[in-house]
Design a protein around this ligand. Structure first.
Ligand code: AHR
Length: 492
């Protein structure tokens, strides 16, 4: 029997809803086919945006979407993607598969998509190969309401009113695909570019500097030392890659060793956030600068017979567990982590949605976002669970992982994962400081390699079920969490 304690008397910070954000890049079938099919498509759409995808994203309350990259961002010239579509420049997407990018999805289309979904746009500017003027004019084009060359151009392209764009990043991975810069050089470049990103009217930009890749603590130090007063957020990228790049393995055909190896790697997110935050604390003890984890997720071999540059992978219960522990970790660090964006939303890496022509399936990771959505903008509660180590060889992980929050109506939401591939666990749950009149629970469970597929009858192999096994025993509650499972419990 494991003790699970939720302390409603000990509250933490607010869990920003943007922690549940997503990322969409011009990569493979994320944009084209995944969210945008064009107005003349037979696939039901509104202004070219797939209606099935929009509806699915509304259901999980997608709060914010990052675009257009990734590595693509530092090769993207936004003016190529505005105006009459037939006149838009065609270019080669050199990073991702060498395919032709016809720019039919550009600024207007992205902001239209965000409006349909009801999420905040997060635009990533081009520092690596773009100019200061280009970046500055993009902001003017999108957000200036008065008379100016860029607002005039916007109006000529069919949009009179400016959009509201809050989140804006100045370059992506500038230590790598965004220009191979040293942190000292990037910090200076960042300071220069961001100077010309203006707040027009009541549109106040939230500026995000390119931060480190996983364990590059020096990058964080140099950026904080030299540019902290010019940024609202610093990004962090961390991918869960089992074993190593060459042996990351299949998304669906993997051993128990790979299962635990993946979970252990995912749990490293906690260490990374702690260490980067510790460095940030030295320069910013009041935590004015946020850590923005704007790329995270699993990265495996692509599916057989697919373009290696398209990064298309399936998604199993293993991914659901990675999402569950990662989101629990973000909740736990909500004092510093203000936004996170899973890579990527549709058809790329740890996608929540996969499409094939007119068909769409929701992955196990999608269901985790659905079960966790009640945490959005709620207040973190202290939680503790007694865990045992499970795993293989050197890859041991705690079997249970928890997070809890309380929303403005006093509803408590608990998310609990059982990382054991095969063992159920009995739980004795104690809720301090709340007399619940109602308790509801859902569970997502299956074999570690279970996944949803396009074949007939396989789209819902993995989906959340109502869980009615919670019993009141004295002051506490008891239940058995299945093996390889994610649970959400709501106490009203
Ligand atoms: O998400 C795929 C790629 O991973 C992004 O383009 C890049 O930023 C990262 O290296």
């Amino acid at each position: 029997m494991s003790r699970l304690i939720i302390n409603c008397n000990k509250k933490g910070g607010k869990i920003n809803k943007e922690i549940y954000g997503h990322f969409s890049e011009h990569l493979g079938r994320c944009i084209y086919g995944g969210i945008y099919v064009g107005e003349n498509s037979e696939i039901p759409n509104v202004k070219g945006m797939r209606s099935d995808v929009v509806e699915a994203l509304k259901k999980i309350k997608l709060p914010v979407l990052r675009w257009p990259g990734g590595c693509f961002a530092d090769e993207y010239h936004w003016m190529d993607g505005i105006g009459a579509k037939e006149k838009r420049k065609k270019m080669i997407n050199t990073h991702w598969g060498g395919v032709v990018e016809d720019n039919s999805f550009g600024t207007h289309e992205f902001l239209e998509f965000c409006e349909q979904v009801g999420c905040e746009p997060y635009i990533n500017g081009n520092l690596g190969s773009g100019t200061v003027r280009e970046m500055s004019e993009w902001v003017e084009y999108m957000t200036f309401g008065g008379l100016s060359p860029m607002s005039g151009l916007r109006e000529a392209n069919g949009r009179k009113e400016p959009w509201k764009v809050k989140y804006f990043a100045v370059g992506n991975e500038n230590w790598g695909c965004g220009g191979n810069m040293r942190p000292e050089y990037y910090a200076d470049e960042y300071r220069r570019y961001q100077t010309y990103l203006r707040n027009y009217g009541d549109n106040k930009l939230y500026k995000i500097a390119c931060g480190p890749n996983d364990f590059n603590f020096n990058w964080t130090k140099v950026l904080m030392e030299n540019a902290k007063n010019h940024m609202d957020g610093l990004s962090l990228h961390y991918y869960t890659i089992p074993n190593n790049w060459a042996k990351k393995g299949s998304a669906t055909d993997f051993t128990e060793e790979y299962f635990y190896m993946t979970l252990k790697k995912a749990l490293q997110m906690d260490y990374l956030i702690k260490e980067h935050s510790r460095i940030m604390d030295n320069y910013d003890p009041e935590k004015k600068v946020a850590l923005i984890v704007d790329e995270w997720g699993t990265w495996y071999d692509v599916e057989p017979d697919t373009n290696p540059g398209f990064l298309y992978q399936q998604n199993t219960m293993r991914d659901a567990l990675v999402a569950a522990v990662t989101l629990n970790i973000f909740n736990g660090h909500c004092d510093r982590v203000k936004m996170a964006n899973i890579a990527q939303m549709v058809n790329v890496l740890q996608a929540v949605i996969l499409t094939e022509g007119s068909k769409m399936i929701l992955t196990p990771t999608y269901h985790v976002f659905d079960m966790y959505k009640e945490h959005q903008d709620a207040v973190l509660l202290e939680s503790y669970v007694e865990a045992q180590n499970v795993g293989t060889n050197d890859d041991l992980v705690p079997d249970l992982h928890v997070s809890a929050s309380e929303n403005e109506n006093g509803t408590v939401h608990i998310t609990l994962a059982n990382l054991s591939a095969y063992s159920t666990r009995e739980i004795d749950m104690e809720i301090l400081g709340k007399d619940a009149s109602k308790i509801d629970a859902r569970v997502l469970t299956g074999k570690m390699d279970a996944f949803n597929n396009f074949a007939d009858g396989e789209a819902e192999n993995v989906k959340p079920q109502v869980f009615s096994g919670i019993k009141k025993s004295g002051e506490n509650y008891s239940f058995t969490i299945p093996a390889c499972a994610v649970m959400s419990i709501t106490l009203g």
